[in-house]
Structures are given as structure tokens and as C-alpha cells.
Design a protein around this ligand. Structure first.
Ligand code: SAH
Length: 358
């Protein structure tokens, strides 16, 4: 967001606010109210990048809108396409900040992985974004803009429509609730993406989990667990000290109680760090307590630690223990490794290149 641009961003408004603001604007200009739904459709359906594209509005109305409002439109800095079809966009924001989003096609889905912050303040030891530090919060409009620009790209390249959104890009979404809450509303009721198709991933921001539970929509929750033991978890995730596992599990239970909501545990498996055999039954117990689905993710090496992914036999061992305990489990194949688009790698490359003096 540019410091000098004080025009309110239509993308960051919930559809209700957008209608109200546009109605006031049109009334003030003596324009009919149907202009509001015209603009709304340009934003949510036709994905117009600017008011000038809104060709069913008189030219002077397009200009008046442009003077009163803006539509955040990030500039694509780099687009990388993996051999497996995964596409990573590096977007340049108005102030020059770079953020990433990833499109992940599978046979029946197109999932968009969104960033919620530029960098991340959580400093998890296994995550490249965490090592890079925190730059700033994204605005709701900047979060929604990633969705719009990615959808436009997908439509133009025969990828079809985005079916699922996960907040698993850069940043901790529940440490930016001010922007993430309205962004969720816009995706769900503006772009009509079902709440169950939108998943917020958190490292364990308890007040944020409780806020999400209190919302009427059934957004999914993914919890980055990575250890079923407090002491080990605290070594990997500094936030564990502030919101220890028992408190976290209470919040997850409250989230589950709100009826029919999906909870996923993410477990990044790092060789000799969090893959000891004793941990598998403990993980199974935690997952059973809250009926969580477990994703086992082989660690993606990052430039800052010489850690390795767990051996496949060990991953398989964890999978079997969970499965035998009646826990639904999947081993997540890393996608987009050749373009550094895999979990926890986002921004790594850009920063390494920066350090190399690019
Ligand atoms: N802050 C949020 C969302 C961003 S990370 C969260 O922590 O959930 C998205 C997922 O990628 C998280 O589960 C995170 O733990 C995982 N991840 C981070 N670094 C990774 C790495 N190097 N290899 C594999 N997964 C990683």
C-alpha cells in the first residue's frame, strides 16, 4: 500500500461495505443505484484490474470512481512454473514488498496458497519465511488481490477456476486478523468460494483460533503441530512458550465443537529432530482427541539449516501408527520443489539472491 494513496481499496471491503460505499458515491453523483451492482460484478466476476475497464459505465463515472477509490493490483514480478504444474507468483506490492502465492493443480482441484504477511514474525526454526524475518502486515485488499490475480492467470492458462484456498503461504494469518477476517468474508461471500473450501493455517495463535471458531461460516483450520511434546515443540516453534499445547488443544476442541468444522494437523517430518518413534503414538492420541486429519509433510530443506527430511521408512512408520489408531492420515507430496514453491521455502530464494548481492 502506498503511503500517499489514501483512496479506500474496494478489494479490502466486505461486499456489504462495498455496496454501502458505492451507493453513497453514486447517490452523491446523482447516478442510479444499479451502477453499484455493475461495479460489483466488474470486481468479483470479471476481475477488472482498473476502473477504466468498466466499459458499461460512462467514461466520466469511471474517472470519478478512480478518484474516489482504488483497486489493489499487484505487479507480477516473477512467474515460475514447475514441471508438476505448480505455479509460483512473486508479486510486487505498491511499496516494493515482494510476496508469493502458489497455484497447485491436482486431478480434481486447483488450490491457491495465499500469503497473509510480508515475511513472518513467528521465527519457526524449520521455515525459510521465519528465518527471513517480518516486513509488514498485508492489507485485506492485498490478500484478496493475490486471489484475483491468480484466478485471472488460471483462467488465461487453462487451469480452470480456483476450487480451494489455503492460507499457507508467507506469514501467520492469525497474527494478522484485522486483514484476514475481512479477506475471508470477501472470498466467501464476494467471490462465492464455499467456506469449507477455505483453510486458515496457524502455528497456534490461540485467540485467533477462538475468533475463527466464533464466526458463523465453516472455514477449515489447519494447525501446524510438528511435535506432540511441549518441550520439543518449543524448540521448533517459539510461540509454543506463549500458547502451550494443552491451551492450544482446548482451543482446537472449541473450534471442533462449533459443528462440522474440519481440523487438520500439519506435521513436517525432520530427520532426527521430530521423527523419533516414541512421538508417533503421542501424535495419534492428540489427533484422536480432536478428530483431526493428519498431513505428514517431508521437510523441505531450507538454506539456513542443514536438516534433512525424514527417511521414507520413518514417514511410512508414522503413517501406519496413525492409521492403526483410527486417525485419517495422508503423506503430502512436496509440490513445486524445482521452483522453490514448496512449503516453507517461499521467499527463501529471493532472500538468498539478495544476500548474494543481486
Ligand atoms: N504460519 C502458518 C502458515 C504458513 S506455513 C502456519 O504455520 O501454519 C504453511 C505450512 O508449511 C505450515 O504447516 C508450516 O509448518 C509448513 N512448513 C514450513 N516450513 C517448512 C519446511 N521447510 N518444510 C515443510 N513444511 C514446512
Amino acid at each position: 500500500m502506498s503511503e500517499t494513496d489514501s483512496r479506500p481499496d474496494l478489494l479490502g471491503m466486505t461486499p456489504g461495505e462495498l455496496d454501502t460505499r458505492l451507493s453513497q458515491h453514486m447517490a452523491g453523483r446523482g447516478e442510479p443505484d444499479y451502477r453499484v451492482s455493475q461495479v460489483r460484478r466488474w470486481i468479483y466476476e470479471h476481475l477488472a484490474a482498473s476502473f477504466h475497464e468498466m466499459t458499461n459505465l460512462p467514461v466520466e463515472e469511471r474517472t470519478a470512481l478512480d478518484e474516489a477509490f482504488r483497486i489493489t493490483e499487484p505487479e507480477p514480478d516473477t512467474v515460475s512454473r514447475s514441471s508438476d504444474g505448480t505455479v509460483k507468483h512473486l508479486w510486487k506490492m505498491d511499496d516494493g514488498e515482494l510476496i508469493e502465492s502458489v497455484l497447485i493443480p491436482t486431478s480434481d482441484r486447483l488450490t491457491l496458497c495465499l500469503s497473509s504477511q510480508a515475511g513472518c514474525p513467528m521465527a519457526c526454526t524449520f521455515c525459510a519465511t521465519g528465518w527471513g524475518g517480518f516486513a509488514r502486515q498485508l492489507t485485506a485488499g492485498e490478500i484478496v488481490a493475490q486471489y484475483r490475480s491468480s484466478l485471472r492467470w488460471a483462467r488465461d492458462h487453462d487451469y480452470g477456476s480456483i476450487t480451494n484456498v489455503v492460507f499457507m503461504g508467507m506469514g501467520e494469518p492469525l497474527a494478522n486478523r484485522k486483514a484476514v477476517h475481512p479477506a475471508l468474508t470477501v472470498l466467501n461471500s464476494g467471490f462465492e468460494l464455499g467456506a469449507r473450501r477455505i483453510t486458515v493455517s496457524t502455528v497456534g495463535v490461540v485467540p485467533g483460533i477462538r475468533e475463527l471458531a466464533a464466526r458463523p461460516e465453516q472455514f477449515g483450520l489447519a494447525l501446524s503441530l510438528h511435535s506432540p511434546e511441549e518441550a520439543l515443540r518449543a524448540e521448533l516453534i517459539p510461540l509454543e512458550k506463549r500458547h502451550p499445547l494443552p491451551e492450544l488443544m482446548d482451543a482446537v476442541k472449541a473450534f471442533r465443537r462449533e459443528g462440522g468444522r474440519r481440523v487438520t494437523f500439519e506435521y513436517t517430518m525432520i530427520r532426527h529432530i521430530n521423527d523419533a518413534e516414541r512421538l508417533a503414538p503421542k501424535l495419534a492420541q492428540l489427533a484422536r482427541d480432536v478428530q483431526a486429519f493428519v498431513n505428514l509433510i517431508p521437510f523441505n530443506p531450507i538454506p539456513y539449516q542443514d536438516w534433512q527430511p525424514s527417511r521414507p521408512e520413518r514417514v511410512e512408520h508414522f503413517r501406519r501408527v496413525l492409521d492403526t489408531a483410527g486417525v485419517s492420515v495422508a503423506v503430502r507430496e512436496p509440490r513445486g520443489r524445482d521452483i522453490d514453491a514448496a512449503c516453507g521455502q517461499l521467499r527463501a530464494n529471493a532472500l538468498v539472491e539478495l544476500k548474494a548481492g543481486r
